[in-house]
Design a protein around this ligand. Sequence first.
Ligand SMILES: NC(=O)c1ccc[n+]([C@@H]2O[C@H](COP(=O)([O-])OP(=O)(O)OC[C@H]3O[C@@H](n4cnc5c(N)ncnc54)[C@H](OP(=O)(O)O)[C@@H]3O)[C@@H](O)[C@H]2O)c1
Length: 369
Amino acid sequence: MKKILITGSTGFLGGAVLANLLQQGNDDHLYLLVRGNTPEEGLDRIQINLRNFGLSEDVVNNVTLKNIILGDLATAESFIDNPLLDEITHVINCAAVASFGKNPFIWKVNVEGTFQFAERMSRVRVLEKFIHVGTAMSCTPEPDSLVTESELVSNREQHIVEYTWSKATIEQMMTERLPQLPLIIARPSIVVGHSNQGCLPSASIFWVFRMALTLGKFTCQMQDRIDVIPVDYCADALVLLLSAEGVLNEIFHISAGTDRSVTFAEIDEAMAKASGTPALGDNYQKVSYKQLSESRKQFKALFGPCNERIMLRAMNLYGHFSELNVVFDNSKLLKLGIRKPSKFIDYVDRCVLSTRDASIAELMQVDFK
Ligand SMILES: NC(=O)c1ccc[n+]([C@@H]2O[C@H](COP(=O)([O-])OP(=O)(O)OC[C@H]3O[C@@H](n4cnc5c(N)ncnc54)[C@H](OP(=O)(O)O)[C@@H]3O)[C@@H](O)[C@H]2O)c1
């Protein structure tokens, strides 16, 4: 029997991993590191999140106080002496400040606290695997490329945001300074929605597509490709890595790859079909950020109540990523026997449906916390 510690299970990826393991219903014992003033509050937060992943109430109620370990990675010393950690055989570390904003906790949590936690786990004698969830975007990819997994050597100037820099730094620190940690680094590409529940678990990044198509212009070309996967596929892959043999000290992309990545033109058509509106097609304009900023007076009419400055900042950041036209090679993961992911355009209708009553300003908050 494994004793699996999942961090970040009140979030998008960690919630999907927990939902996946609960649905399998095997005998492994699950421990969940969660923030909260009391174990009851932590449990409540986890169960509220789980309900967005389409689980029955019976399955949600299988999570009880026995699963809870209270802890905050911003103050790791508050939980790393917990003796329960000495029993853990497997970790899936999904917790992080996943924000493109200027959250003051990015470094404290994603680098300092995560390192303290990983160092503590490296001293657990029974630990067999520590799966750390990184991000494929932290490799600062060359535009127009098929990116393969390699170790990260970058500097702050190469990163558009503090978040990807923090993720690159912690990978490097764990690899270089914790040789005894049974580490696997899993780097998801761009995780958008759930293939059945759409954006109910999270609207992270989905709003960018809606924003660009509503504007009718953005900084990428319609033929550029984007590597998007649904969160349930990401969870399947992380759970596969838990039991896969001979994968220690390896890096894996969890990505759509060449076969399942899509172009913005395909997304335009699929979103239009799902919304019952005409696709932009040739009416789409590729523009510079400066030209986007000149449209700022239209934002309120197009998007509803919003802060123009924050919208422009979002366009600037996501514009940089969307222009990259990169795909992340997934052949290493596929060799472990996992199926290929659904294409984004095959479940985008569920994303459209689950967000139709929310404004872009509301949806984007999740990525700027
Ligand atoms: N979403 C994507 O497209 C994507 C792509 C590639 C990689 N990733 C990676 O996947 C991981 C999860 O991202 P996500 O999208 O699931 O983010 P998310 O929905 O924001 O979830 C983040 C999780 O981390 C927890 N957390 C944050 N600060 C913490 C702290 N100080 N102590 C303990 N737990 C803390 C959160 O708990 P609270 O509820 O208490 O805040 C939440 O459970 C991150 O490492 C991210 O880099 C995400």
